[in-house]
Ligand binder design. Structure first.
Ligand code: COA
Length: 248
């Protein structure tokens, strides 16, 4: 699969984003591949845990900005919607291994993971306001619930990079380790989870998320509606185009 690699071992499915030359910016094709893999993992009893990772240099720079630039259709990109649904519907633990940048949906996906291992050089950013957009993936609900209202406002309104230590202190990362230990640690956590009784693990996970499940789904929808409107504004389109022309 182009730009996504899947590896299965001992109950653990590891999904790696491998478009490092573009900082693992997610295309619709990548979203679809990830969504299909997660949907299959949900149906496959041999998969107990999913690990999501990037390369040793970057987790993900988020949605491919080319995708946000107006194609004239004004249409929503459905593969990203399907990916979000696949993540929120997965009834199995998800462990994130974050090396380097985690930006945009590369940051908001972490709020849906059950365990996050980050490298000392990890840099997490919610850049939506600076792009003329609003945050997505239920993050306007999940981030303040996790790190507190003031911290979430700071991170989302100012959009500065959050360093690994601060992310851990605020509760967004469980562990921070030297870069070369991150994948190993994530796999070891995943293998430990894979050995737990699956029904008890699934039930506990479901209970942990029960209070917020419906609220998260409703918020994802609300954010999506606002995001779609903002995406086609002149402000946002000129920000995307200046990022893209800088890239050429
Ligand atoms: N969409 C499309 N292309 C992207 C991208 C994205 N989200 N993020 C990075 N790229 C591309 C760059 O355009 C560049 O392409 P080029 O080599 O053809 O010029 C390449 O990836 C490397 O990125 P670069 O910006 O040179 O790397 P950096 O190390 O200086 O900075 C980031 C890394 C992640 C801080 C920076 O790329 C960035 O801010 N990206 C945009 C993040 C973002 O706003 N995402 C949208 C979330 S909603």
């Amino acid at each position: 699969m182009k730009h996504i690699q899947a590896k299965y071992e001992d109950g653990v499915l590891t999904l790696s984003m491998t478009r490092a030359e573009k900082k693992n910016a997610l295309t619709q094709e990548m979203y679809l591949t990830l969504a299909l893999a997660l949907e299959d993992a949900g149906q496959d009893d041999s998969v107990r845990v999913v690990v999501l990772r990037g390369t040793p240099t970057v987790f993900s720079s988020g949605n491919d900005i080319q995708d946000f630039a107006d194609d004239g259709s004004g249409k929503e990109k459905l593969a990203s919607v399907r990916f979000m649904k696949a993540v929120t519907s997965l009834q199995k633990p998800m462990v994130a291994a974050v090396c380097g940048y985690a930006v945009g949906i590369g940051a908001t996906v972490l709020l849906h993971c059950d365990y996050v291992v980050a490298s000392e050089d990890a840099r997490i950013r919610f850049p939506f306001v600076d792009l003329g957009l609003c945050p997505e993936f239920g993050s306007t609900l999940l981030l303040p619930a996790l790190v507190g209202q003031q911290k979430a406002s700071e991170w989302m309104l100012l959009g500065s990079f959050v360093l690994a230590g601060e992310a851990q202190k605020a509760g967004l990362a469980n562990r921070v380790l030297p870069n070369d230990m991150v994948f190993e640690e994530a796999e070891s956590i995943a293998r430990a989870l894979a050995k737990k009784p699956p029904a008890a693990l699934a039930a506990t996970r479901q209970l942990l998320k029960a209070a917020s499940r419906e609220l998260v789904e409703a918020r994802i929808q609300k954010e999506r509606d606002i995001f779609q409107t903002l995406r086609s504004t002149e402000d946002a389109q000129s920000i995307f185009n200046s990022f893209l022309s800088r890239a050429r």
